[in-house]
Design a protein around this ligand. Structure first.
Ligand SMILES: Cc1cc2nc3c(=O)[nH]c(=O)nc-3n(C[C@H](O)[C@H](O)[C@H](O)COP(=O)(O)OP(=O)(O)OC[C@H]3O[C@@H](n4cnc5c(N)ncnc54)[C@H](O)[C@@H]3O)c2cc1C
Length: 378
């Protein structure tokens, strides 16, 4: 399969690349060092119509494809992985509304999200239900015209800034994941508490918090799709999320290569540039190879999603390969930078801390291997 980009895809990619270079890159280091949510950047992304790229225009979305979305996430992550995860979480949250929501739900909630004026979150993980997300304890009990939600979600990206959240909760006990349902929770109608704010190693510009539901009354019309189908909706959304995290990794990988090439040409030791040494050339060669391979895996999975074909295998492959490559090569990028690369404020040091999370969220590397081996062996 080839990836000759269409004119529209190239245009969207250019808008994102130009914006990342002009507005994201200059503040990326400060965003990371101070752990500040880049509010102005998110507002600008809304103005540029990059907060809802593959979703329908009739609800304010970009009306583009998943492949364009992957290109945008790559461009953002090349400058700032925090910005990329804020945007991709906002997208993964909209997906189940677009795919499984009623016309009323779409009309009511999507324009608030597609404009980027309000932020979205995706609340699946709980303290005792991480990789084993189906073991969640949060409950939703019908009481008249409302479902009453009780429980704690943890590690929720955008948790502190979101007004709308897709929340997964048990509506029936004792039947495992078939008892999980999905809800659209609107904070202005059904307030939740924002709990602990995590102080993280990487993606420090994105806020990660606990979300607590205490007798949170959600109108019953906010049930998303069918009762008991929530877990399958979450897994479907995560296929797309894994493509987006894969794209985030490609951006990190490309940035490792950019930084390494520039430094290896500029820094001289033993009377010649570092780049004149074969040991350094080989690290750069391996980086280059994996940037291409990771990008192709991500675009392949995105193209399948655009074609409406199953892509669990390809999305897991892309995410697993790209995240492990990003981790490996961010360490090599520091190696090429020597002691300077180890210093706070150097881009390669940030890239390494940002790369690590990609092996953990949206399903850890072990979970991707579980998905891949199950599909291969079935
Ligand atoms: C910064 C950040 C942002 C996040 N954002 C969100 C969000 O927006 N929404 C959301 O719902 N969640 C979010 N998460 C949660 C994330 O998806 C989970 O952290 C992840 O799924 C892993 O769960 P866990 O941390 O509980 O690890 P655990 O499940 O406890 O796993 C610990 C380790 O054991 C391994 N492991 C577990 N089970 C097995 C097995 N059967 N075989 C082999 N190895 C195994 C795992 O791979 C991992 O290495 C976020 C997490 C972080 C850190």
């Amino acid at each position: 399969m080839g990836f000759e980009l269409t004119e529209e895809q190239m245009l969207i990619q250019k808008v994102a690349q130009d914006f990342a270079i002009a507005e994201v890159e200059p503040i990326a280091s400060e965003t990371d060092l101070k752990g500040i949510y880049p509010e102005a950047i998110v507002k600008r992304l809304g103005e540029l119509e990059l907060m809802s790229i593959p979703y329908p225009e009739e609800y304010g979305g970009g009306g583009a494809d998943y492949l364009s979305y992957a290109l945008v996430i790559e461009a953002l992550a090349r400058s700032c992985a925090s910005t990329a995860v804020i945007v991709l979480t906002h997208h993964i949250m909209q997906y189940p509304i677009v795919k499984y929501g009623t016309p009323d739900q779409k009309t009511k909630f999507l324009p608030r999200l597609t404009s980027g004026k309000e932020m979205g979150g995706f609340a699946l993980t709980e303290p005792s239900a991480g990789s084993d997300a189906g073991n969640m304890q949060t409950t939703a009990v019908l009481d008249g015209d409302h479902y009453v939600l009780n429980g704690n979600k943890c590690f929720i990206t955008n948790g502190a800034v979101a007004n709308l959240m897709v929340v997964f909760a048990k509506t029936e006990q004792g039947i495992g994941t078939k008892g999980v349902s999905a809800f659209i929770v609107d904070k202005s109608v059904s307030p939740w508490e924002v709990g602990k704010h995590e102080d993280k190693m990487g993606v420090r510009g994105s806020y990660t918090t606990d979300i607590i539901f205490k007798n949170c009354r959600v109108p019953k019309e906010n049930l998303l799709g069918k009762l008991g189908k929530g877990f399958s909706y979450a897994m479907d959304a995560l296929d797309g999320g894994r493509i987006a995290v894969g794209a985030q990794c490609v951006g990190i990988l490309q940035a490792c290569l950019d930084e390494s090439v520039a430094y290896a040409k500029e820094r001289k030791q033993f009377g010649k540039p570092l780049a004149a040494n074969q040991a350094i050339q080989w690290m750069i060669a391996d980086m280059q190879k994996d940037v291409i391979a990771a990008r192709l895996l991500v675009l392949n999975a995105a193209a399948l999603r655009d074609a409406g074909k199953p892509c669990s295998l390809e999305a897991a492959s892309a995410k697993l390969f790209a995240s492990e490559a990003a981790m490996k090569h961010s360490v090599k990028a520091i190696q090429i930078h020597g002691g300077y690369g180890y210093m706070r404020g150097m881009k390669v040091e940030r890239l390494m801390r940002d790369a690590k999370i990609t092996e953990l969220y949206e399903g850890s590397s072990e979970v991707q291997r579980m998905v891949l081996s199950r599909l291969a062996l079935q």
